[in-house]
Structures are given as structure tokens and as C-alpha cells.
Design a binder for this molecule. Structure first.
Ligand SMILES: O=C(O)C(=O)C[C@]1(C(=O)O)C=C[C@@H](O)C=C1
Length: 282
């Protein structure tokens, strides 16, 4: 079995994949779209990409790519703790406060704003495709006064020295990673980390209908379907046109969720089931 992930080696996505699937062949991809395309082209059996962080919110690139470019079912979810560390090439370990640039994934930099504001106010932020891509870049440029924000495995993998540990602004820092496949079939995972099931829907409201969102929410409310997330994203068809991503705290059943979907369709909403899948908490 081949599982693709946002690489290079030692991203947080890599850590999540390694914990959940210790015995598979792991294939790194440079970007989230490249990983999703590889699933679609059947180069790999499944792909794992980040979807949402507890401090920074959704990874819009993942959501938008799945909605607008490659529609693949979500077959699983991994929730993993995120610990961000500041690291430099060993040459700079004793004068890390003088670094001029900080490299990392935009989400990782955003998770550490308070620290960066307090200790490295003048350093420029440079966004990379992932945290480990940033660590790799810093290790390949030992002469530059630069630092990366990444995890401990990345420091080990790329020979960097951690100069400040746990620099994320809030203790509860977790990221949701989704597993996508070409076919809507869950991977067989017999794991003690299993924590429940979810169903994710994409709902497009009818245009200019007063109270439409209220009616959508009542379709779930009176059936006592517990929603764990509702988020709007631009439909990219014009200003003010949005769709909603709705997570329901249970697996697809024969009655309640299909009933809610039928009610939404009767209200002229367009509904797409993005997946009904187990989730695992690391
Ligand atoms: O860059 C990485 O290490 C990733 O796996 C990506 C990612 C993200 O997109 O949110 C994953 C977890 C952290 O929140 C920071 C970055």
C-alpha cells in the first residue's frame, strides 16, 4: 500500500501518517494539490493532507482544491497534536536572536505570532510549502542568518539545532488531517486511536432566499444531528456567493442524514457528501 503526504520528510503530515500507518510505503509530495492529484491519477492508494488547525482554522488550499479541482471522497481523519520549535543551523545556535528571516508554512508562522512578536520582531517571515521544506532550506544555507519553525523530527532529519521549544501561542494546538482516496472505501485500520465517525457535507444555498441558512440548520436541529463544524467558503462564482462545509458528528445512516439532505434539496440547496468516515486521535 502506498500513501502520499505533504512532504518532504518530517512534516507534521508525515508524523501523522507514520503514527497511523507504520508499515506502508510513504511517498512525499511537494504541495497539497500534487498529493491530491497523485491520488486521482492512481499513483498512490491514498493521500493525507492537512485540513484544519485548532489555532488558525481551515487549510483553505485543501478545501478549495477538493471542492473546485479534484473531487475525491474523504475516507478518514487523523487529529494530531502540533508542537512548534524554532531551529537554526548549528553555526547560528548562539546568536539565534539575530536571525533576519524566519521560514515556515504560513499556518505554523501564524501559530507562533505572539512568540515572534516578542522575541524576533524585526525578522521577515518567509512562507514555504511545509514546515520541513523550511527546515531543509535552512540546513542547505548554513551561511545565512535564518531560522525555521518546524517539529523535532525535522530538526533531527535536517541537522538543525532547536533553540526555542514549544513556541506555539496556545497549548491546545491540534491539526486535523484527512485521508482521501479515489474510491469511497475506508482503509482498513484496526487502531486503538479510533475515536468516532463523522460525515462532511458541502451545501450551496439557493440565491437570495431570506432565512435559507436558518432553514438549513433546522433540518439538522430537529433531527438532533450534532454539528461539529460549519464554515463558509467563497463559491468563486461572484461576490457574495458562498457554500457551507458542515460536519455532522456521526456516520451516514439510512434515515436521519438522508432525510436532512432530502429536506435541504427540497429547499433548493445543492448538497454533496464529501465523506462519511472514521476519525482517529493521536
Ligand atoms: O508543514 C507541515 O508540516 C504540515 O504538515 C502542514 C501543516 C498545515 O498545513 O497546517 C500541518 C500542521 C501544522 O498546523 C502546520 C503545517
Amino acid at each position: 500500500m502506498k500513501i502520499g503526504y505533504l512532504g518532504p520528510k518530517a512534516t507534521f503530515t508525515d508524523l501523522a501518517v507514520t503514527t497511523m500507518f507504520p508499515y506502508v510505503e510513504k511517498i512525499p509530495y511537494r504541495t497539497i494539490p500534487e498529493c491530491i492529484d497523485a491520488v486521482s491519477n492512481e499513483e498512490i492508494d491514498a493521500g493525507v493532507v492537512p485540513l484544519e488547525n485548532a489555532l488558525e482554522g481551515s487549510v483553505n488550499l485543501t478545501l478549495d482544491y477538493l471542492i473546485h479541482e479534484q473531487s475525491l471522497p474523504i475516507v478518514g481523519e487523523i487529529i494530531a497534536p502540533i508542537q512548534q520549535h524554532l531551529m537554526v543551523h548549528p553555526y547560528h545556535a548562539h546568536h539565534w536572536t539575530e536571525v533576519k528571516e524566519i521560514y515556515s508554512h504560513s499556518h505554523a508562522i501564524a501559530q507562533c505570532h505572539k512568540f515572534l512578536h516578542a522575541h524576533l520582531k524585526k525578522a521577515k517571515h518567509v512562507y514555504m510549502t511545509s514546515t520541513s521544506a523550511a527546515a531543509k532550506f535552512v540546513s542547505e544555507h548554513p551561511h545565512l542568518p535564518i531560522a525555521a519553525i518546524a517539529n523535532r523530527l525535522a530538526a533531527e532529519e535536517y541537522g538543525l539545532t532547536i533553540v526555542q521549544e514549544n513556541i506555539h501561542d496556545y497549548d491546545y494546538n491540534h491539526t486535523r488531517f484527512i485521508i482521501v482516496r479515489k474510491e469511497n472505501e475506508p482503509l482498513k485500520i484496526d487502531s486503538p486511536l479510533y475515536a468516532g465517525d463523522k460525515t462532511t457535507l458541502m451545501v450551496m444555498l439557493p440565491k437570495d432566499q431570506p432565512g435559507a441558512l436558518h432553514q438549513v440548520l433546522s433540518a439538522f436541529a430537529w433531527r438532533k444531528l450534532n454539528l461539529t463544524k460549519i464554515e463558509s467558503r467563497p463559491a468563486k462564482t461572484g461576490l457574495g456567493n458562498y457554500f457551507f462545509i458542515i460536519d455532522i458528528d456521526q456516520k451516514m445512516d439510512d434515515v436521519l442524514i438522508p432525510g436532512a439532505i432530502a429536506e435541504l434539496e427540497a429547499l433548493d440547496c445543492t448538497v454533496q457528501v464529501l465523506g462519511s468516515y472514521p476519525y482517529y486521535i493521536i
